[in-house]
Design a protein around this ligand. Sequence first.
Ligand SMILES: NC(=O)c1ccc[n+]([C@@H]2O[C@H](COP(=O)([O-])OP(=O)(O)OC[C@H]3O[C@@H](n4cnc5c(N)ncnc54)[C@H](OP(=O)(O)O)[C@@H]3O)[C@@H](O)[C@H]2O)c1
Length: 415
Amino acid sequence: MTSATRDKLRIGFVGTGFIAHFHLRALVGVRNVDVTGVFSRNAANRERVVQAVAALGLGTCRSHASLQSLLQADDVDAIWILSPNDTRLDVMRAIHAEVTAGRSKVLAVACEKPLARTIAEAREMLRLAEDAKLNHGYLENQVFATPVLRGKEIVWRRAASATGRPYLARAAEEHSGPHEPWFWQGDRQGGGVLSDMMCHSVEVARHLLTAPGAPRGSLKVRSVNGTVANLKWTRPAYADALKKRYGAAVDYRNRPSEDFARATVTLTDDDGHELMIEATTSWAYVGAGLRIQLELLGPEYAMEFNSLSTGLRVFMSRAVTGAEGEDLVEKQNAEQGLMPVLEDEAGVYGYTDENRHMVECFRKGETPLETFHDGLAVVEILMGLYRSAELGQTVHFPAPELETYVPPVARPRGG
Ligand SMILES: NC(=O)c1ccc[n+]([C@@H]2O[C@H](COP(=O)([O-])OP(=O)(O)OC[C@H]3O[C@@H](n4cnc5c(N)ncnc54)[C@H](OP(=O)(O)O)[C@@H]3O)[C@@H](O)[C@H]2O)c1
């Protein structure tokens, strides 16, 4: 890792889909950064990113037809891995190969959630990053969500200091289902909603419970208890609707992944206090759109946030008709009636501050708040939860058997 501060960080994107465009919107609110390169397999997708970078004033972005070309570019300092979960390791191996062979000047890598599909993969991601001497950041946006930044700061400064640390964090993230087929395929994604969305909930809860400035390792996971269920998408009409939308590869009559997951995680802090995380996630919530609910409770106080309890709402009568969209909130489900609107989704969901933090850390050679170590710790909890759900028992940590564990829905066919 270099210690010299760079005036500007030049980012290359791997991936051109939903989250790549969210990051671009967020980067408009970040200084000292340009997006100078992009790679994905499809030239038209890359061109859309090139055009968006130009339109948003984020520099001059070049489209690269191969990952190696992006990594070898003279104008790329850091890589944002924004491609599907089953491509992570190959992308990281390529970065490692190019950097260690001296063909790439890349000095840092940031990776979207979840860091990997299994503990073995997550450990390899971390090993490759550290072996190539790269600075690394784990992109968990909820840790940087504006209500989390502000709420955590107030609770710990005013209430915890006066009456004692918080002991219970509740986190929920729910929506009506993902937008691309690979999310629904357990082996490609790594699981169902537990892998896809519980990663957010356990990490934001862990972050809220961690004293400001203390290392995340100051909290020790003692046990995890998980439940998974198929509430909606295995119903024949919905399974058939998925197949119609995504083709035969998404077969929820015969090969479903869970669309509901619940977790309790018990932890202790350095003083031996017992702490609790309660989390619930689903792809079976049909409300106005994506709903994130967060709570932090302590002896004399409570904090709460609900992403759909917005200050701004609009009402549109049945006479207002038009195209479906996600222009009011992410995973929007309706265009009529009384509807919540998030004025600044990139900010409230945490993408702006997340990108600002990563850019500043990488520019200055500092360790980010969220690294691949945290991504690995999250995967350890997720695998414990899958194992607990499979056994119908609480799993106590440390749990060495999880090192080689693959969730049932992620195992190869016949496995
Ligand atoms: N933080 C959050 O809340 C959040 C939200 C959504 C997603 N995510 C995460 O972000 C990642 C991407 O999700 P998404 O929603 O953006 O998915 P997506 O819309 O399906 O986009 C995936 C992108 O990856 C590209 N791609 C596929 N295979 C590739 C490969 N081998 N090498 C390089 N690029 C490849 C695809 O473009 P081509 O077809 O052109 O290759 C596409 O642009 C996932 O890990 C997901 O978990 C995070």
